[in-house]
Design a protein around this ligand. Structure first.
Ligand code: CA
Length: 321
């Protein structure tokens, strides 16, 4: 193992673009994927964990442990998958594609405790990538406030600053699941980068790329092409984008490893969570902290040709095995 490698933890609500993020992180030689924490969101938390285990098995990465995170937001007592999530990700979260069952189960340690112990063990060397609701990170910080300072780099997929949301004119889906905990994270976590719809909607994958995956002829390539084609078809049918599907979650992984893919705006941010206000779930600059040193950056531009090209090379590499 390359000792200069940074350690990476993914926090996934797996999810089709989460499946892409997982493959990207497994494949990139610049990071050592030390674990996946599972979240509710695109699916129920247990389904997300099982999907991650099955995808790791498909990719020959049975050495990466999977942990259960929180099963619902901090302000609710249960979670139901939104109908729109099922249309985009399929009823099973992975485009209704049948994956071979992993021989492994989730770890007995909770995802929250795993994140806390990894933060203490690796601090600056740890990259944490949440691509679902921010409930797990907020819960970890509430249990051990040191976590907010220890993690070297937290790069999240979520939010929208310069473009409208995808749940409401202000609200992006991951933030929408738990705006209170998202605000807690934006208010506490140091070295935080937001990779939101501002940039992810500019990174599209089309059937041209998935046709090239399929041509590799491996089982992993066939399954990944099947689930990505489901996602591209859903984007078309729902008129989200007629040209292709956005690479939301893998862009967050790529930016966590190489921040030069995006241009960022340093800005202390907050999330509005007053249900009576018209902008519930909005990610916006925090007026009370405009004069304080900035701890958060929002990605506002992306070198899309370079990212999509690098993403495709990475996928072709891992799916050929
Ligand atoms: Ca996700």
């Amino acid at each position: 193992m390359n000792m200069a490698q940074k350690k990476m933890i993914l926090d996934l609500d797996t999810g089709i673009d989460d499946a892409l993020a997982l493959a990207y992180a497994v494949s990139d030689p610049n990071v050592d994927l030390i674990g996946i924490i599972s979240s509710y969101g695109n699916t129920l938390v247990k389904t997300a964990a099982q999907n991650s285990l099955n995808l790791l098995h498909l990719l020959g990465a049975d050495d990466v442990p999977v942990f259960l995170g929180e099963s619902h937001s901090s302000t609710t007592d249960h979670f139901d998958v939104m109908e729109i999530s099922q249309l985009i990700h399929g009823k099973n979260g992975v485009g209704d594609v049948t994956l071979e069952q992993s021989p492994r189960d989730v770890e007995s340690q909770s995802g929250i405790d795993f994140l806390i112990s990894a933060a203490h063990q690796y601090h600056d060397n740890l990259i944490f990538i949440p691509t679902g609701p921010l409930t797990n990170l907020a819960t970890a910080i509430k249990k051990d406030p040191e976590v907010a300072k220890l993690i070297g780099n937290t790069t999240l997929m979520g939010g929208a600053l310069t473009v409208p949301g995808n749940v409401s004119p202000f609200t992006e889906a991951n933030i929408h699941q738990d705006p209170e905990d998202a605000d807690y994270v934006f208010s506490h976590q140091k070295n935080l980068t937001m990779v939101g719809l501002d940039v992810t909607l500019r990174t599209l994958l089309t059937k041209k790329e998935t046709t090239a995956w399929r041509a590799l002829g491996t089982k992993a390539a066939e399954k990944y092409a099947d689930l990505m084609d489901f996602y591209i078809d859903a984007y078309f049918k729902l008129s989200i984008d007629k040209k292709g599907a956005a690479l939301h979650d893998p862009l967050a992984v790529a930016v966590g490893i190489d921040p030069t893919y995006v241009t960022t705006l340093p800005l202390n941010m907050k999330v509005t969570y007053d249900r009576q206000s018209g902008d519930y779930g909005r990610t916006i600059g925090n007026k009370e902290k405009l004069l304080e040193p900035t701890t958060t950056k929002a990605a506002i531009l992306v070198d899309s040709p370079r990212f999509v090209s690098d993403f495709q090379s990475t996928m072709l590499s891992i799916l050929s095995k």
